[in-house]
Design a protein around this ligand. Structure first.
Ligand code: FAD
Length: 405
């Protein structure tokens, strides 16, 4: 299978797609176009070990530099795709190139959602998505610094943990009634909120930010109920917006992500999309969702790669995700959508913790904290929509793997 495979975007999904395409026998030309100045890299360590200064930038690379020439992949870094010509089968770049494609993959990811309040442009207000973002934030997190984090999602809380360990005074302002409200149940949220409190992080839920105050640099953050939290630096971590503009301009369906099928195909002939920029009807979740996870980027990237090599294989794995905060390793299998009850096992300390989400008695998701075996068993349970007696789920010593095999 040959032709020209052009990949717009240079992240996790992009690299997986080209790797899979080559392994599956695609022997045409491949061009990867990424607008960042680096070779494709992993983002999860950005808010964990890279921010903590525990790993070097080079360790973030998804593949060694030699991977690209060895697979005959032309990589254009620091170059942005600015327009698609679906009829002509071309992409236009911001340095004036026009590349003709036979297959096109949109793997453009997402960008941080900006906060729209007075003072948002002050020096010292940061976002976190890229290496460049961490390189500008990290030097401001010395011991004794005062950091306000807007948003208690994964990224906000991971940064809170790294900063607190470094001796930074951290306040987290979250508009919802609990941390990680979009993704976990109250029981899991309470466990994490308690751990942050124990580390000295001031987590305030129900706190909506209305302004950043300061002359040129930020000096305080104001909330709707009139609180003023003084600080030297702020991080806004209120989610991402999928990068769908190219696809939207080209007329594709892009409501909350570029719509793709199980083979990562869009409605346009020869055009796939993968990763954070997509939404799809997930066969196991049973709903149309947009996932922001490494696992999803890998699965969809693989599907797009196989499809480019004319060996189509649908992705249909149970979604999963992880987050590291202090010594707590959270692993989530499935998606906790429309659950009607939660069963908790473990004490959150020596026994670890797991929260099983049930819908009509079927296991649809789990949050496992320092219980990797529960996580692995739950992936199988979720794949099978298994029914497991509640007493068994609640018993920290019970082995659940038999229910999934
Ligand atoms: C700080 C942080 C921590 C995370 N932690 C975890 C975690 O613990 N576990 C987990 O599962 N997931 C985590 N994630 C999410 C995970 O990293 C993403 O889901 C994954 O990177 C998505 O890959 P992607 O290829 O879709 O997009 P990206 O990795 O965002 O790559 C897209 C690339 O395309 C570029 N691009 C965009 N538009 C264009 C254009 N027009 N032309 C050229 N290039 C373009 C972008 O600049 C970017 O470099 C984390 C994300 C962040 C930011």
């Amino acid at each position: 299978m040959g032709g020209h495979f052009v990949v717009a975007g240079g992240g996790q999904a992009a690299v997986q797609a080209i790797d899979t395409a080559r392994r599956a026998g695609f022997d045409g030309r491949i061009t990867l176009i990424g607008d960042e100045p680096f070779l494709p890299y992993q983002r999860p360590p950005l808010s964990k070990k890279y921010l903590a200064g525990e790993i070097e930038r080079e360790r973030l690379s998804l593949k060694p530099e030699s991977f690209y020439p060895s697979r005959d992949v032309e990589v254009l870094t620091g170059i942005r795709v600015v327009e698609l010509g679906l009829g002509r089968r071309t992409v236009e770049t911001d340095d004036g190139r026009s590349l003709a494609y036979d297959r096109l993959l949109l793997a453009t990811g997402g960008r941080p959602r900006r906060i729209d309040v007075p003072g948002a442009e002050l020096d010292g207000v940061h976002y976190l998505r890229s290496i460049a973002d961490v390189d500008s934030l990290a030097p401001r997190l010395g011991p004794g610094a005062r950091l306000v984090i807007v948003g208690a999602g994964y990224i906000g809380l991971e940064v809170a943990a790294v900063a607190a360990v470094r001796g930074v005074h951290v306040t987290v302002l979250e508009a919802a009634e609990r941390v990680m409200a979009r993704v976990v149940c109250p029981e899991t949220a309470a466990l994490f909120a308690a751990r942050h409190a124990a580390a000295g992080v001031d987590v305030r839920c129900g706190a909506t930010v209305t302004a950043f105050r300061g002359a040129e640099r930020i000096g305080a953050v104001e909330t709707a109920d009139g609180d003023l939290v003084t600080c030297d630096v702020a991080l806004v971590a209120i989610g991402i917006v999928p990068n769908v503009e190219l696809a939207t301009q080209a007329g594709l369906d892009c409501t909350n992500g570029i719509l793709v099928d199980g083979f990562a195909r869009t409605a346009a002939e020869g055009v796939s999309a993968a990763g954070d920029c997509t939404r799809h009807r997930h066969p196991i979740v049973g709903a149309e969702i947009r996932l922001e996870s490494v696992h999803n980027a890998l699965e969809q990237g693989k599907a797009a790669g196989f499809d480019a090599a004319a060996d189509p294989r649908a992705f249909e794995d149970v979604p999963w995700f992880w987050s590291d905060q202090y010594e707590l390793k959270l692993q989530i299998a499935g998606v906790a959508l429309d659950y009607d009850s939660v069963v908790v096992r473990g004490d959150g300390a020596e026994q670890g913790f797991a929260a099983y989400y049930l819908a009509g008695g079927h296991v649809i998701a789990v949050d496992a904290v320092n219980r990797p075996r529960d996580f692995l068993a739950a992936k199988k349970l979720v794949a099978r929509h298994a029914r497991v007696p509640r007493e068994l789920l609640a018993d920290a010593d019970a082995d659940l793997s038999a229910y999934g095999v």
